[in-house]
Write a protein that binds this ligand. Sequence first.
Ligand code: NI
Length: 174
Amino acid sequence: MIDVEKCRITHYPAEVLGKEALPVEKIDDNIRRLVEKMTEIMLKNKGVGLAGPQVGVPLRIFIISLDSSRECARVYINPTVTPAGELDAIDEGCLSVPGVRTKIRRYKKCTVTATDLDGNEFSEEGEGLHARVLQHEYDHINGLTIVNRMGSTARIAHRKQLKKLKENHKKDAK
Ligand code: NI
């Protein structure tokens, strides 16, 4: 049972962001409430995607809304994302890595297969921003953030902010 009221954005280097998330076993009221809470958090922070580990829930679930609107928000439960096409490097940020925007290499296209809140399986093809956000969120449920995807030059360029996030994390742990 997830205490949805306690869900907050987790910041790098929180442990939950570095672990592979577990499959959602049953889509019940608790999961529906979680999705509602995740949607609220994503919209409030003007994000275009949010994954379970980013609110402290180690489950394979994410939501995306390319224009950061409630109308376009879509849920992906136990998704599989298969990239396709060529690679592209575009600036990306992440609500769990505040203060960092950096070029990340991702595939231009992908296919996602997932389950929706009614328990129905669906598939969709993504391209451009859609493909990028799907790959970004899929990374989150596999324990990866943009910090893992950054090249060494970007890591050096952002070392101060990464250090600050690590220090904040230590303070919060106390
Ligand atoms: Ni992110």
